[in-house]
Design a protein around this ligand. Structure first.
Ligand code: BTN
Length: 234
């Protein structure tokens, strides 16, 4: 097992991603930092990530250059873990995990020196969200009324993450993409993707071997998009 071969459980930290970034030169691949509370949890595109007690906030150090595929396998991992509790969320590309249209988990991959700090935030036993998040966020507790044991869920997630990471290391990309398609809410949907210099409108055909989205534009041209802000239209 690579994931979690070294494990730190902290009561409180600013951000588990920041903590792993600070110590990444001194710890082995697979090191996990789990925190009960993050005081400055980070989301994508510079946003804050609400991280009170009750959530599963963790980061893992992985030595892989394909961060988009790492992000994709993290999404699959979260879905597989939640399915153990009869919850089936969906993956909105690139890395939102949604349940009933609300976000139940998020993924933040940061790349440093060809290494990836993979941050996973899973809203586990959170009972309330602040007003500004109420319409956008949900938790396992709010969906099921069940309080789950953090360590049990962590160990389940770690086992799925390790198995999926092994698929990536063994270059079994098709196996990973097959799993991703099972949970994706993207296929056949009309979307817009905002890139820094243009906006693409198209129908989602598939995901490619880099973790990019394959789209067909209205003029039937094909686009492969590796990153961007995605909005579902239909
Ligand atoms: C997003 O959807 O915007 C990504 C959210 C990622 C949150 C996790 S919680 C653990 C790790 N540490 C952070 O500061 N962020 C990630």
């Amino acid at each position: 097992m690579i994931v979690g071969n070294k494990f730190y459980h902290l009561t409180e930290i600013d951000s588990t991603n920041e903590y792993v970034k600070q110590m990444m030169r001194d710890v082995p691949e697979g090191t996990v930092v789990l925190a009960d509370i993050q005081t400055r949890g980070k989301g994508r595109t510079g946003r804050d990530w609400h991280s009170p007690e009750g959530g599963l906030w963790m980061s893992v150090l992985l030595y892989h250059h394909q961060s988009y595929l790492v992000s994709l396998l993290a999404g699959v991992t979260i879905c597989e873990t939640l399915e153990l509790y009869e919850i089936t969320p969906g993956i909105k590309w690139p890395n939102d995990i949604l349940l009933n249209g609300k976000k139940i988990a998020g993924i933040l991959c940061e790349v440093i020196d060809e290494k990836v700090v993979l941050g996973i935030g899973l809203n586990l036993n959170i009972r309330h969200f602040p007003d500004d998040l109420l319409s956008k966020a949900t938790s396992v507790f709010m969906e099921t009324r069940k309080h789950l044991d953090l360590h049990t869920v962590y160990h389940q997630l770690r086992a799925f993450l390790d198995a999926n990471y092994k698929l990536l290391q063994d270059k079994e990309i098709d196996a990973l993409l097959t799993k991703w398609r099972k949970y994706s809410i993207m296929l056949d949907r009309d979307v817009t993707i905002e890139l820094p210099d243009r906006v693409i409108v198209g129908k989602v055909l598939d995901v490619d071997h880099q973790g990019g989205l394959v789209l067909m534009r209205a003029d039937h041209g094909i686009e492969h998009v590796i990153a961007g802000n995605c909005r579902l239209l239909s």
